[in-house]
Ligand binder design. Structure first.
Ligand code: BGC
Length: 739
């Protein structure tokens, strides 16, 4: 497991068993591409992976689940469709352009050959660079230091740079370098890519590839390799599925040699032609350009926690993963559930995107947030078709969104087809973005069209029963309870969306009015202040009924749970209303609901931890808020769900930022004011971070005694601090006692 060493999550020795997991954790990327932390000298199945956002095609997917209990048979899996199921859209793995093999006196460096005298590997979060320092002894006793570094450029989406500094410690042996592209990669264990054209000439290799037949995207990868000091002659070779350049030199003891490899990757997904691109600049130049762009995003999103190294390092690492998950240059694709760190979940865009992944960008990089929403706008036309095909009005977004916006959810799984809350989640994302940024141009030019179509969808989806509108036969956010009526999260959010859209329509002089439905839409609540997750929820058993055994751990955490008979839930639904939607429904009792639903939640979706941290903080239970925060930030470092090797849980990791911002610092940005109800961790010394609100920057510094909020805004901002109204502006900061 990675350990904190000098403020970094570090792999301090090579551990073959953790290679696949650490490949996810050590992904480098820039939102355009994600490159798993596989080794330059060996990229094998499960470990290697390089994914371009939205470069998706069709594969044969071998499905894991099988209907092995009553719940699975009745609600989860459609057996007929399971038998039909074969093809699925999936992100397609790129050729392995990391390929870089170094031999000392004829022996190639591999971590499992010879002797590793020292080893460390870590991500430098503040520069988005992966570092590996190795001291290696070959079988003849020649000791060599290798200092590997690599990064994906934030200055140019298409540039990926690798550098290895080689220092012979006790020898003057021949060093041979092979640098190029390994063409033998697979996606989901299958060979999907085919080479259209290739060349290897001196120090340049180039491969033009077809990435599948359904969408037929193409990529072009060029690698340019150099050795400094330049004593070597390069030759191009194409052999055994590899295409590379090779060079050798006689090393001098103690002298440092540098191999630099610049990779240029383009794809037809962004309309580029796959021409070779030979750029002849030095690693340091690319790195300099990269960090000046990357730092702008990193520093704005950074949270500094003094007095708790574990939380400080964990949140920073999580933020790194959030930053590299989103494209900062275009809206061709959006943020996927595993970012670009693995094949699992196929690079689909889920509801995680607008509810969980968007907030960090809304508050720290609004231009990225806008790009995320523009992906949905691009797919509006297809979503209109989806609604029509379902016999409904307006626009119906796919629960799993791929290239074209048609539904790509696994056809055999019944319940996600019913997670229509996606059509409220996207609306929520638009409203949240507008509320915080004040970007009225976006709302007018794109947001309103989406909101209106989404409200038209809901208008045609609600049903009138005994004078009230209801939303029947849905799956809420808790996938363990499909086919329910009046799911709390869905009903509360839909009412909010209908109300807000009506309000915005008035502002723009439009006559869409959804207030009649909003006012009469049933908002589930019991007399005792409890919100039932859906009709009849409290009548179910409070234990998890079990039957038989199951291996389907990824689908059901508890084996063979008969969830339909039980109140045990997979992930929060009601508690999202309080934590992520920032609503406190009239007459509902927050503490009572939290106490109850916390115990019913088995957290078999990692999307549970951040909302739970916020609910704990809101209710003053700081130790529990802390544990949930650590689970959020360390979900994959500790491999809590035992599937981190398939890619990191991006929707969970991104919650680390939000849990500090919304939970501990207690900030909720409303349309006309900022509300603050802080809950400092008793043992933390200080928390510092920044955020944007209505185009101005705000900085928070919080310790156990005081809360400082300053801004560069000329205008007055209304702040409601623990119920007390204050004003702040450039000259007038807010300093308050926390307790
Ligand atoms: C969760 C969903 C989520 C999906 C992708 C599932 O396990 O239950 O809520 O959208 O994973 O992260």
């Amino acid at each position: 497991m990675l350990k904190i060493i000098s403020n970094r999550l570090t792999e301090e020795q090579y551990n073959i068993e953790e290679e696949a997991l650490n490949a996810s954790l050590f992904t480098t990327g820039n939102g355009y591409i994600g490159v798993r932390g596989s080794f330059e000298e060996y990229g094998s199945l499960r470990i290697q992976g390089a994914y371009i956002r939205g470069v998706i095609d069709e594969i044969i997917e071998v499905m894991e689940p099988f209907p092995d209990n009553e719940y699975m048979k009745k609600y989860y899996i459609d057996e007929d469709k399971l038998k039909e199921f074969e093809y699925q859209d999936s992100v397609i793995n790129n050729l392995d352009f990391l390929l870089l093999r170094i031999s000392i006196d004829g022996e190639t460096f591999y971590p499992w050959e010879g002797k590793l005298l020292s080893w460390e590997r870590y991500i430098e979060s503040e520069t988005a660079k992966l570092v590996r320092n190795v001291r290696w002894e070959n079988s003849r006793g020649d000791i060599t230091d290798f200092a590997f570094e690599r990064f994906s450029s934030f200055a140019d989406d298409h540039i990926y740079c690798i550098r290895v500094r080689i220092t012979p410690i006790n020898h003057c042996k021949k060093v041979e370098v092979i640098s190029g592209i390994d063409k033998r990669v697979k996606t989901g264990g299958q060979k999907i890519t085919s080479v259209l054209n290739e060349s290897a000439d001196k120090n340049v290799t180039y491969v033009h590839t077809l990435m599948g037949k359904k969408y037929g995207f193409e990529t072009g990868i060029t690698t340019v390799s150099n050795i400094f000091p330049a004593e070597a002659e390069w030759t191009g070779v194409s052999k055994d599925g590899l295409i590379y350049n090779t060079a050798s030199f006689d090393a001098e003891k103690g002298r440092e040699y540098t191999v630099e490899k610049c990779v240029y990757i383009v794809s037809s997904r962004e309309g580029e032609t796959a021409e070779p691109h030979v750029a002849g600049r030095r690693y340091e130049e690319y790195f300099g350009e990269h960090i000046s762009e990357y730092r702008k995003i990193f520093e704005m999103a950074d949270i500094d926690i003094k007095g708790d190294e574990k939380a400080d390092v964990g949140v920073r690492f999580a933020n790194y993963h959030s930053i590299i998950s989103a494209s900062h240059t275009d809206s061709i694709h959006s943020v996927a559930a595993k970012g670009l760190t693995g094949e699992r979940y196929n690079d689909f865009v889920w509801w995680d995107c607008e509810v969980y992944q968007l907030p960090i960008f809304i508050y720290t990089a609004p231009e990225i947030a806008k790009k995320i929403l523009m992906y949905r706008y691009r797919l509006l036309e297809q979503s209109r078709k989806n609604a029509k095909a379902a016999g409904l009005k307006g626009a119906k977004y796919a629960f799993c969104s791929s290239v074209e916006g048609d539904e790509r959810v696994w056809m055999y799984a019944r319940h996600p087809f019913m997670q229509v809350h996606i059509n409220a989640d996207i609306a929520w994302g638009i409203i949240h973005y507008y509320t915080v940024s004040g970007d009225i141009d976006f709302l007018r030019d794109y947001g309103m069209e989406m909101l209106t179509e989404l409200c038209e969808f809901w208008k045609s989806r609600v049903e009138l029963h005994n004078g009230r509108y209801e939303i029947r036969c849905v799956t809420g956010t808790d996938e363990h309870h499909p086919y329910v009526d009046n799911d709390a999260y869905t009903n509360y959010l839909v009412q909010f969306v209908l109300t807000k859209t009506t309000e915005y329509a008035k502002m723009f002089g439009m006559d869409n009015d959804y207030s009649e439905i909003a006012n009469k839409l049933y908002q589930p609540i019991e007399d005792n202040g409890m919100i039932p997750q859906f009709d009849g929820y409290f009548d179910l058993s409070r234990n998890l009924e079990e039957a038989g055994g199951s291996n389907a751990v990824n689908f059901q955490m508890k084996s063979s749970g008969l969830y339909h008979k039980s109140q045990v839930i997979k992930q929060p639904d009601v508690m999202l209303i309080y934590s992520y939607l920032n609503m406190a429904p009239d007459g509902a009792n927050y503490a009572l609901n939290w106490d109850y639903y916390e115990k019913m939640c088995e957290s078999s979706s990692s999307l549970s931890f951040a909302p739970h941290s916020i609910c704990s903080a809101d209710n003053g239970r700081m130790l529990s808020a802390y544990h949930y925060l650590i689970d959020t930030a360390y979900i994959d470092v500790y491999d809590i769900h035992k599937c981190g090797w398939q890619g990191v849980h991006s929707g969970c990791l991104v919650g680390a930022w939000y849990a500090v911002f919304r939970g501990i610092a207690g900030i909720v940005c409303r349309e006309k004011y900022i509300e603050i109800n802080p809950h400092m961790m008793p043992w933390w010394d200080k928390v510092t971070f920044s955020f944007y609100y209505k185009g101005s920057k705000y900085k928070v510094e919080m310790d156990n005694n005081s809360y400082l909020l300053e801004t560069d805004s000329e205008r007055d901002t209304v702040v409601i601090f623990k119920g007390e109204k204050c004003y702040i502006n450039k000259e007038n900061e807010l300093v308050k006692k926390v307790r």
